[in-house]
Design a protein around this ligand. Sequence first.
Ligand SMILES: [Zn+2]
Length: 341
Amino acid sequence: MDSVNGSSGTAGTSGTHDSQSASLGAQSTPTQAETQEQELRDALAENPQAVAALSALTANTHYAQLSVEQQVQALTAFNAAPNLATATYLQGVAEQTLNPQATPTALTPDAGTLTLDGQTYSIQNGNLIGADGQVAGTIRNDGQVQLNNETTTRSVYDDINTRVQLRETNAAQELQDLVNLHAADPNARLDNVNINREMARLATDVISRARMEGMDMRVVSDFRSVEEQNALFAQGRTAPGRVVTNATGGSSWHNYGLAVDVAFNNANGQPSWPENANWDRYGEIAVQRGLEWGGNWRGINDRPHIEYHPGLGAGEARTMLPAYRQGGLDQVWNNLGLGGR
Ligand SMILES: [Zn+2]
């Protein structure tokens, strides 16, 4: 495709005057920042929210006045957590870079909430207000938190169970969510000893990245025993309900602690499965980390489902049944070359 486009482009300009094609060529040479911006747009194409946040940053008048090197720095910082809060913070950084005397309000959230280590703070113009009404620390729109009683900063993205809502007053003078994330594993499903640790680590990594991109996701199911799987298979067949799985006991990776299901939090922090959510981006993030995504399956399209079985296919779970009968989950994980509990 690229070579076809390239040769047609050459053919198109060959008929024009030399001076005109030279000036066209100069105009179309992108800066390093523009190239990086386009790469980010391509990488984030499945996440429209993240792309919109990038556009908010690059359309900003202060960003436009930065040097190319400074723009590259801003884009690199944006990619670490590509969401509207980061984009807002970086607009403030751009303004301060151009005018060190400026104190841009974009650097910190106007309002919101943060729950860290069981403590809930309300946010007022970048200050964290504790239950006693006192200022307990500060928070920035890039997610950096400084508590008064701690020497180091931490990030709201460090822990997938951090509740954080960062809000900013928009042009219409309304408070708007920049980021709104609820606890991703409130029931500690990933801590289930029947979930393989490598699987738990990868699922945490997927959810963490999704949260950085503004996607409020949560674990909704983890381990199912062979017996539970058989009961689930009966549903919609020999038992009431609708068909939810094509897998009999021992033929789902859930039965071996090597699959979890992830959905979205709604505005109240409850599990939800909205049709219009960024499922495709979630699946893409999972596949990039070596997981198999149920959204890629024919038949039952299982978008919440991710599983991990290096060297084996999705349909080969049943081949683990003899090992499971013999030595339980540890035998299965050992056969797959995975670490233990
Ligand atoms: Zn599943």
